[in-house]
Design a protein around this ligand. Structure first.
Ligand code: HEC
Length: 167
C-alpha cells in the first residue's frame, strides 16, 4: 500500500514538474523572442557601435552630413584654385553648422560628440588660417578634418528605431 502511494506520489511529482518545466520553457522561449524584438545590441553586425535614432534624428543628421560633404567639395575646389575667401567662408559655415539637434546630442555617446566637436573646431581652424596660410598647410588641415569623418563613420552606425513617444 505504501509503495503504491509512493508511486502515485512520484507520478504526481512528475506531472507537476513536467508542467512546471514546460511552463518555464515556454516563458524562456517567450522571453528570448521578446529580447530579440526589443534588444538593442551594443554593436551592429559589422562590429561598429550602434546608435539608436528615430527617423527624425536621422533626418537631422543626414542634413548636417550632406552639408559637410558639399562644404568639403567646395573647400577642396577652392584650395585647388587658391580661392582663399571661399575657403574661409565655406569652412566658417561648417564650423557653426545647422545647430546640433538636442535629441541627437542626448542620445549620442560622449565619443561621438567629441569627434563631432573636434571636426567643427577643425573647420574653424581652416577658416581662420584661410587668408594667410600656405596652401599646402590648408590642404593638410582639410585632410586632418576628413580623418574625423572617417573616424566617426568607422566607429559608429546609425540604427533606426521607432520613437516610443510617437505611439
Ligand atoms: C560624429 C560622427 C560623424 C562625423 C564626424 C561625420 N559623420 Fe557623416 N554620418 C554620421 C552618421 C551617424 C551618419 C548616418 C546617418 C543616418 O543614416 O542615420 C552619417 C551619414 C553621412 C552621410 C550620408 C548622408 C545621407 O543621408 O545620405 C554622408 C554623405 C556623410 N555622413 C558625410 C560626412 C562627411 C563628409 C563628414 C566629415 C566632414 C562626416 N560625415 C562626419 C556621423 C558622422
Amino acid at each position: 500500500m505504501k509503495s503504491a502511494l509512493a508511486i502515485f506520489g512520484w507520478i504526481f511529482f512528475g506531472l507537476v514538474m513536467g508542467v512546471g518545466l514546460m511552463r518555464f520553457m515556454s516563458t524562456e522561449a517567450d522571453l528570448t523572442e521578446l529580447a530579440a524584438e526589443t534588444a538593442r545590441p551594443e554593436r551592429t553586425a559589422d562590429g561598429r557601435l550602434a546608435l539608436y535614432y528615430t527617423a527624425d534624428d536621422r533626418a537631422h543628421i543626414s542634413g548636417e552630413m550632406l552639408g559637410f560633404l558639399q562644404g568639403l567639395q567646395t573647400i577642396s575646389m577652392a584650395v585647388a584654385e587658391e580661392d582663399r575667401e571661399t575657403i574661409r567662408d565655406a569652412a566658417g559655415a561648417l564650423r557653426r553648422g545647422g545647430g546640433q539637434g538636442q535629441a541627437v546630442q542626448q542620445k549620442s555617446p560622449e565619443g561621438f560628440r567629441m569627434i563631432g566637436r573636434s571636426l567643427r573646431q577643425d573647420f574653424g581652424t581652416i577658416s581662420d588660417m584661410a587668408m594667410t596660410a600656405d596652401m599646402d598647410d590648408l590642404q593638410l588641415a582639410v585632410s586632418d578634418a576628413m580623418g574625423k569623418c572617417a573616424a566617426c563613420h568607422g566607429s559608429y552606425k546609425a540604427v533606426e528605431v521607432e520613437d516610443p513617444a510617437a505611439d
